[in-house]
Write a protein that binds this ligand. Sequence first.
Ligand code: 2HA
Ligand code: ZN
Length: 263
Amino acid sequence: MERTYHIELQDFYAEISDTAKHLWEKGWAERNGGNISRVIPKSISQTPLACTKERIPLDEPLPGLANRIVLMTGTGTRMRDVAKNPQDNISIVAISEEGKEYMLLSSDIPPTSELPSHLRIHNFLQLNRKNHNAIVHSHPTNVVAMSHLKNFRDSRHFCNTLWKMIPETYVFLPRGIAVLPYLMPGSSKVADASVNAFSQGPDVIIWAKHGAFAIAPDTNDAFDKIDLIEKSASIYLAAKSTGEEPEGLSDEDIEELRQYYNL
Ligand code: 2HA
Ligand code: ZN
């Protein structure tokens, strides 16, 4: 296969491969579950995009991604294969000069089924949270289990409960966690709702009865955010399974963390 950007992409392949390995080892990536995407910073993606590949129109213009290259796990690929062999499982998507079309530079590896959410959220991030170049979507077991409990579909309640399980969850995710209702995977509905949710400020969103979606500067940072909420969710469910309601950190404990870490 033609690999136009082979050399420049090595570090990014290595980063995604590392994250994919973690997702697989955690057990959050059954079959082809989950997907990862990474915008290549501008200085690298300045490579001229004039190429003969077919230009595929985007549903809506994505000006924040104009002239950028986005690496994303290929549709149907397994995380364990992405980890072992990133070159053959990662799709290379180039966005056109005006952000109205995309070209698939890796023609034999079509991008993830969640392409609409990934591209639209990256567009939002490039325009609003510039150092955020990575998205990780995964199926963390305890987080998804909690999203099946009706009263945890309230974002405030879900977020407060997870913040209060261990101090780190609040310290590293002070912008919070949003919970969205179940929406058809891969649809433009889930993409719209996700962009809207991220515009309110959180670092992680939960797609109820499906999975988590985290944004961060790089893919390993995004993985860490899902790891934190999954740890909190597993502590909550473990404590709850004794039959008692877990006490959690107090509001005063949270306030003390906020002040100490200047959050
Ligand atoms: O890539 O996880 O949400 C498979 C999925 C779709
Ligand atoms: Zn999924």
